[in-house]
Unconditional design. Structure first.
Ligand SMILES: Cc1ncc(COP(=O)(O)O)c(C=O)c1O
Length: 426
């Protein structure tokens, strides 16, 4: 049900914790997305009608005590979500307690997890024959859970390895099935995605595993390979580009993602799996890794990461309020473009090693021609309140992670700094 714009706005104005809403909210869309003190009521979420790409709060309205955090994960969260959580942390919607204090089996938390699932289903248009699981253990646990649930120890599976995370997933799978790397970008320092036509897939492979976006190397699949036999499944680690753009879930047997980059805090792992694949786990599978147990219990077999799921739910509401993933992708493309343009137009002062057609919209690695200036770059940027720009320890250089929650203003500030730094040192 929709709240009237006038009454909800006056509520917001009366709440000193929600100043940001006053700065940010320009349409009733956002008011409806976060109704105050209305537990368990259906929430009307209408899509943004603005076709123009709108940014989050401008740099001017960004809270003065916050930095632009370019970390790869845990990563920046939308200010509007943090403020909403802040306003509810002590007493969630009149329940008299914090979400952190609730029974995971009580009606309040059930409404939270159900709403989170239903909003995620809307965002990604998840078909009804897919289950959504909210799990723990990080994406790393899924490296084992997937072969344990989908394979016998002798089943072959194929891996396309486009970076360190795909490599880790492959190595873990060797304990539970018979995986092969059918393509690796290692010799090119993980800067490429293969042409799908050239892949030599095993005709008996149970599944084909990809990492949709390699967080460390900044390489992203722009479209997806199709397993070459009808029975085989496409499986994707989407940890670092989850909900950053629309995805046709029906093309995948399973999608998994740690929440802590695009959709929430660490501690929640989301698995989206075609229901008919559930129920064949190897006997040695620990109960906590068995998808059947979690699916039958609606992710409540044991105590789930309740607060993390609540936070993911707030992020999903916010993504819907922004107009859904089509709009979110437009913003992400714009942010990435201005950053890559700055790198490419710097006459080699900055370089991005990744092949242009597969550059990530989420993680932008770059180096300085004069590598001795990199430490200074990172230090000076931090002084300007732009932090966590150091590249992963395995590759060095710099990396700007510009997930959904990074405002355009943050990227604009970074490119202005990059140009100014080049002018001084170029
Ligand atoms: C693409 C990708 N996969 C898997 C992982 C591991 O995730 P977790 O730390 O949640 O186990 C990460 C972490 O950064 C990642 O970026």
């Amino acid at each position: 049900m929709a709240m009237s714009g006038a009454s909800s706005h006056s509520l917001l104005l009366k709440n000193p914790n929600l100043n940001l809403f006053n700065n940010y909210i320009t349409t009733t869309t956002h008011l409806n997305a976060f109704p105050l003190n209305r537990p368990n009521k259906p929430i009307s979420v209408t899509c943004s009608t603005a076709s123009q790409i709108r940014d989050r709060p401008s740099a001017a309205s960004q809270s003065q005590d916050r930095v632009f955090n370019f970390a790869a994960g845990p990563a920046t969260l939308p200010e509007i979500v943090l403020k909403k959580a802040e306003s509810e942390v002590y007493n969630w919607r009149g329940s008299g307690m914090s979400v952190m204090e609730m029974s995971h089996r009580g009606k309040e938390f059930l409404s939270i997890i159900q709403k989170a699932e239903s909003d995620l289903r809307t965002l990604l248009q998840i078909p009804s024959d897919y289950a959504v699981l909210f799990l723990q253990g990080g994406a790393t646990t899924q490296f084992a859970a997937i072969p344990l649930n989908l394979c016998t120890p002798d089943d072959p599976v194929d891996f396309i390895v486009t970076g360190s995370w795909g490599d880790k997933a492959f190595k873990e799978a060797t304990k539970y099935c018979k995986p092969s790397v059918i393509w690796s970008g290692k010799s090119d320092k993980y800067t490429k995605i293969p042409s799908f036509d050239d892949l030599q897939q095993n005709p008996h492979a149970k599944y084909l595993h990809i990492c949709a976006n390699e967080t460390i190397h900044g390489v992203e699949f722009k479209n997806y390979p199709i397993p070459n036999n009808k029975e085989s499944l496409l499986i994707a680690d989407m940890s670092s580009n989850f909900c950053s753009k629309p995805v046709d879930v029906s093309k995948f047997g399973l999608i998994y993602a740690g929440a802590q980059k695009n959709v929430g805090p660490s501690g929640v792992t989301i698995v989206i799996i075609r229901k008919d694949l559930i129920g064949n786990a190897q006997e040695i599978t620990p109960v906590m890794l068995d998808y059947k147990i979690h699916a039958e219990n609606n992710s409540l077999y044991n105590t789930p990461p309740c607060y993390g799921i609540y936070m993911c739910g707030l992020v999903f509401e916010d993504l819907l309020a922004q107009g859904g993933l089509v709009e979110v992708e437009k913003k992400n493309m714009k942010k990435a473009q201005i950053l890559y343009d700055t790198i490419d137009q710097s006459n080699g002062f900055y370089r991005c090693p990744v092949e242009k057609s597969v550059r990530s919209l989420m993680n932008v690695p770059f180096t300085l021609e004069k590598s001795e200036l990199e430490a200074e770059f990172i230090k000076e940027a931090a002084k300007e309140k732009m932090v966590q720009l150091k590249g992963h320890r395995s590759v060095g250089g710099m990396r700007a992670s510009i997930y959904n929650a990074m405002p355009l203003a943050g990227v604009e500030k970074l490119v202005a700094f990059m140009k100014e730094f080049q002018a001084r040192h170029g």
